[in-house]
Design a protein around this ligand. Structure first.
Ligand code: FAD
Length: 302
């Protein structure tokens, strides 16, 4: 692919950022500093994850509600079907609607135990597609869902996975955000497969800037994401060199984004892990710059 040089990028890139709900005061401070740093980049939306098994129900709500209240950026709440019946989900969704949150990232979710399998409840939703339909019945939310360029680990094959993806869109979702991946061709191949399956919805690549390689290896296995050998090679010997690791991390993610851009991608979703620096640097290289209008952070509640 002949990619344009960074300096030539015409500023037509949209971004979104994913955060997780903080557990401690120190983590809360880091999160809000990151929100303040990234908000001026005018993301299309920012989203907040929902802990495994619904373990962060209150914290996800309070984080999303605070973003909705205090910034001019549309906030999206992740929501899963795990450990909840349909009434629980309705109550959570109603509370978001009342807080002015209009965008849900609807997921099936995984059980909290590592390696455990999702068991649907008789009174709950059995898949993300069912959750999307339930949410749409309740309110006219904008709904994003997941997609898996390397196939979801539980799906028997690509066709089953694409059928599940299509079912989520048929139920009312409008966009998919992908699981993270590291080779541009993984995304392009998936984009072709999606198109061949007759799916026209927007598929936004999920970008994970990696600065902790050991942590990545733990995260990638249950997600079914291939970690290419060249990445292991790039990060080898940098365990006790955090500054060098950050530089390598930014280069790897920026190069992935640049090649995706050259292949026509114009919206990138960043898994920030609540840190702004890498996402900010990569956005900058993609031509995404702060705007005054987006910098408005509404007056903080005392
Ligand atoms: P689904 O789309 O329902 O699919 C799950 C599996 O079931 C797939 O293998 C699919 O092929 C299969 N399937 C679905 N329907 C059928 C059917 N009718 N027949 C046969 N097979 C079927 N997890 C969290 O706990 N909290 C989060 O905040 C969170 N955020 C995420 C954000 C993104 C962008 C992504 C990509 C993942 C996220 N996850 C999160 C992880 C996600 O919950 C897990 O990957 C989970 O295992 C699957 O959820 P899903 O919504 O993709 O499920």
């Amino acid at each position: 692919l002949s990619a344009p040089l960074y300096a030539d990028l015409p500023g037509d890139v949209a971004v979104s950022f994913e955060f997780f709900p903080p557990k401690t005061e120190a983590m809360e401070k880091t999160l809000w500093e990151s929100v303040e740093t990234l908000t001026p980049l005018a993301p299309r939306f920012v989203s907040v994850t929902y802990g495994a098994g619904g373990s962060t129900r209150e914290r996800t709500h309070s984080t999303v509600a605070r973003i909705a209240r205090e910034t001019a950026i549309p906030a999206a709440a992740h929501l899963t079907c795990v450990n909840a019946n349909r009434d629980d989900i309705d109550a959570i969704a109603d509370a978001y609607w009342q807080a002015g949150v209009r965008h849900i990232v609807a997921l099936r979710g995984d059980p909290p135990e590592k390696g455990g399998r999702f068991e649907p409840r008789a009174d709950g939703y059995a898949s993300a597609a069912e959750l999307v339909a339930g949410l749409k019945r309740l309110h006219d939310f904008e709904i994003s869902v997941s997609a898996y360029p390397e196939v979801h680990p539980e799906a028997g094959n690509l066709t089953t996975d694409l059928d599940a993806f299509k079912a989520k869109l048929d139920a009312g979702a409008t966009r998919a955000i992908t699981q993270f991946f590291f080779e541009p061709d993984t995304f392009f191949r998936f984009r072709d497969q999606v198109a061949a399956a007759g799916i026209a919805a927007e598929v936004v690549p999920g970008i994970l800037p990696v600065s902790n390689f050991a942590q990545l290896q733990r995260m990638a296995v249950p997600c079914g994401t291939d970690v290419p050998g060249w990445m292991a090679h790039l990060f080898a010997g940098l365990d006790d060199k955090p500054a060098a690791r950050q530089l390598v991390a930014a280069s790897v993610a920026a190069e992935l984004c640049r090649r995706l851009y050259a292949g026509g991608v114009r919206h990138f979703h960043f898994y920030t892990l609540n840190r702004a620096e890498l996402a900010y640097a990569i956005c900058h290289m993609l031509g995404v710059r702060p705007t005054v209008a987006a910098a408005v952070i509404r007056e903080r509640a005392a």
